[in-house]
Design a protein around this ligand. Structure first.
Ligand code: AMP
Length: 600
């Protein structure tokens, strides 16, 4: 089997590190690829990127520096303290090893090893280095440390000083040559087709199968014909489609040809779910395997996707289990852990909002227009409370788009995604393009004061709150019209004790229809005579077409809503409903709110 000396790779690393020109970097890679035997071309590419495989299946390299230093000491017959001293001076394990090995005379290495052993020393090859690194990355459980050190020591004993430098940087996860995937694609195309003209074809294959090692092997073995045969495959994540951004609804509609499918832009974690029979794998936007973080999502895909094989995309959003309200993105961080995931799953439940279907039962859909993909998605997904399609609306005017946008914001979303519905609206892998345009806010506001609102309706609870209320419909008072107008649905901030006593407390006011002094667009499950006043705080006051407070007073079609509202715990029994915060006060508060820049 063909192999290559590791020193050849190191030559290229050194040249790449020295060069300031991307063209020169590409040329170095082309030369390297041309002399690399096809059997190991994938290994050469992974090593150059400082990895052991494609991102979605990579074994993690990241031996602790302390451990690496111990291996260096052992290989050179020095004390750990001596090695650490040099490391502290140079700040990098690789450079420290290189310097020390240059200093320790070969003769003394010979002494240390003993003449016989030294004579069997063999030069490092790419395969040997790669396989050893895989062994190190895989080592786990008791004895793992020893295995890592002994494997590393064996390599170091056969390494030249400059080889040791890169070897140690690689094994500690610090080889940073800065060779971009795009540069490697350029180099591969030139090396195996003679020019850059086929670059788009190669890049497309890479977007479908984002594994540079695999692309290299196919290209080296089967040429461009092989590359063209690469298809979307269940189990291999495709490069996700990205969106452009515009701030003006009119401009967005113009860009998309006058109409578009607007979807809520949920504030969570993007997921690409791959299903084959009962096997489900989840990939993040960066194509990392995140299956272990979301056993609940795996189960939803397994039981509610009615296809043998499928690739779906959606957003995982943290929710309040008792009310179904969406929570800010940060809440998902609790799920990014390796241990006690069952407990985290209970405590921090999620919903999934699906927005695309890339593959179903043998058929790739990436070249089909969005309306067709969306239709198939609807067919294939059996919706539940927690597993549903992204909320969407066909919009044709800037006003409709703004209305939908405000609804999305008030419900806790980041904005909306505006998607082309024309016949060329394919799934544009890996690219930011004008088929998807996001509409987000540059600023958000900050609600600093509490308000006192009147309970006018309620929604039945689910989960832990089954049998009581999940959320209350809250309203502000309008003295001019002597009516109560809704501003939010609040389900957060209630203690178990609060929840237990709410139905009883509200029972005397319960009626079987909306009270004549209540103005609401929402349909509550239960209505009340306006009587009970609660203190509420939220993240901000926003415009929303769903609520009637200040409806049309700031913008046609929009009222005011409190985003992420929460009960402070204070029942304002001291206040009559007519003493609640008024519509006019909310308008003033809306206008006076502090502006905060939203990160792009
Ligand atoms: P951004 O990160 O601001 O560039 O926005 C793109 C991200 O929005 C995607 O990667 C998804 O994670 C997320 N997203 C939320 N809802 C949707 C949706 N309906 N369609 C597409 N992407 C969405």
């Amino acid at each position: 089997m063909g192999d290559l000396e590791y020193s050849v790779l190191v030559d290229v690393y050194e040249k790449v590190e020295r060069t300031t020109s991307r063209t020169a970097m590409t040329e170095q890679l082309v030369a390297l690829l041309k002399r690399t035997p096809v059997e190991i071309i994938d290994k050469v590419i992974y090593l150059t990127k400082g990895t052991l495989g494609p991102d979605y299946a990579a074994l993690e390299l990241g031996v602790a520096e302390k451990l690496a230093l111990r291996a260096v000491a052992q290989a050179l017959g020095l004390s750990v303290r001596e090695v650490e001293a040099v490391y502290k001076k140079l700040g990098d394990v690789g450079s420290a090893a290189e310097a020390l090995m240059g200093r320790v005379k070969p003769a003394s290495i010979l002494d240390f090893l003993g003449g016989a052993e030294a004579s069997v020393s063999r030069p490092l090859t790419v395969s040997r280095v790669f396989d050893a690194l895989v062994r190190i990355a895989r080592a786990s459980g008791p004895g793992a440390q020893d295995l890592k050190i002994s494997t590393l020591v064996a390599l170091l004993k056969d390494a030249k000083p400059r080889e040791a430098k890169y070897l140690l940087r690689t094994v500690t996860g610090r080889l940073r040559l800065g060779v971009a995937d795009m540069t490697i694609l350029d180099a591969l195309t030139i090396a195996f087709t003679g020019s850059k003209s086929a670059r788009p074809v190669v890049e497309r294959a890479y977007n479908v199968h984002p594994d540079l090692g695999y692309i290299a092997k196919v290209l080296a073995r089967e040429g461009l014909e092989g590359i063209k045969r690469i298809r979307v495959t269940v189990g291999i994540p495709v490069k996700p489609m990205l969106a452009e951004r515009l701030g003006d609804p009119r401009e967005i509609l113009e860009k998309l040809g006058g109409a578009c499918l607007a979807e809520y832009k949920y504030d969570g974690e993007r997921v690409q779910a791959h299903k084959r029979g009962g096997d489900v794998v989840l990939y993040s936007r960066r194509l990392e395997d995140i299956t272990s973080h979301y056993p609940d999502v795996v189960e939803m895909v397994r039981s509610h996707v009615k296809a043998e094989e499928a690739i779906l995309e959606g957003e995982i959003v943290a929710i309040n289990p008792d009310t179904g309200e969406m929570l800010p993105f940060q809440e998902l961080m609790h799920r990014r852990r390796k241990y006690e995931i069952e407990e985290a799953m209970e405590k921090y439940p999620v919903s999934v909002f699906l927005f695309d279907l890339l593959y179903v039962d043998g058929e790739s859909l990436i070249d089909k227009p969005l309306p067709e993909r969306r239709r198939k998605l609807e067919e294939v997904v059996e919706e539940t409370d927690r597993f549903r399609l992204a909320k969407s609306r066909l919009v044709k005017t800037p006003e409709e788009l703004m209305g939908f946008f405000e609804e999305a914001i008030a419900e806790g979303c980041e904005g909306v995604m505006c998607k082309s519905i024309r016949s060329d609206a394919i799934y544009q892998m890996g690219a930011r393009g004008w088929l998807w345009v996001k509409l987000k806010r540059d600023y958000r506001y900050e609600m600093t004061d509490t308000v006192d609102l009147v309970v006018v309706g309620a929604f039945y609870g689910r989960g832990k709150r089954a049998g009581t209320y999940g959320a209350l419909l809250m309203a502000a008072y309008s003295p001019e019209e002597d009516v109560f107008k809704t501003v939010c649905k609040v389900g957060s901030g209630f203690s178990d004790e609060d929840l237990a006593k709410l139905p009883q407390m509200l029972e005397p006011y319960r009626i079987d229809h909306k009270h004549p002094r209540v103005v609401s667009k929402m349909e509550a499950d239960v209505w009340f005579v306006p009587a009970v006043v609660l203190e509420i705080i939220g993240a901000e006051i926003t415009l929303s077409p769903m609520h009637t407070c200040a409806l049309g007073k700031i913008r046609p079609g929009a009222g005011l809503a409190i985003r992420f509202p929460r009960f402070t715990g204070r029942y304002r029994f001291d206040k009559s409903p007519e003493q609640a915060t008024t519509e006019q006060e909310l308008i003033e508060m809306y206008k006076r709110q502090k502006k905060v820049r939203v990160a792009a």
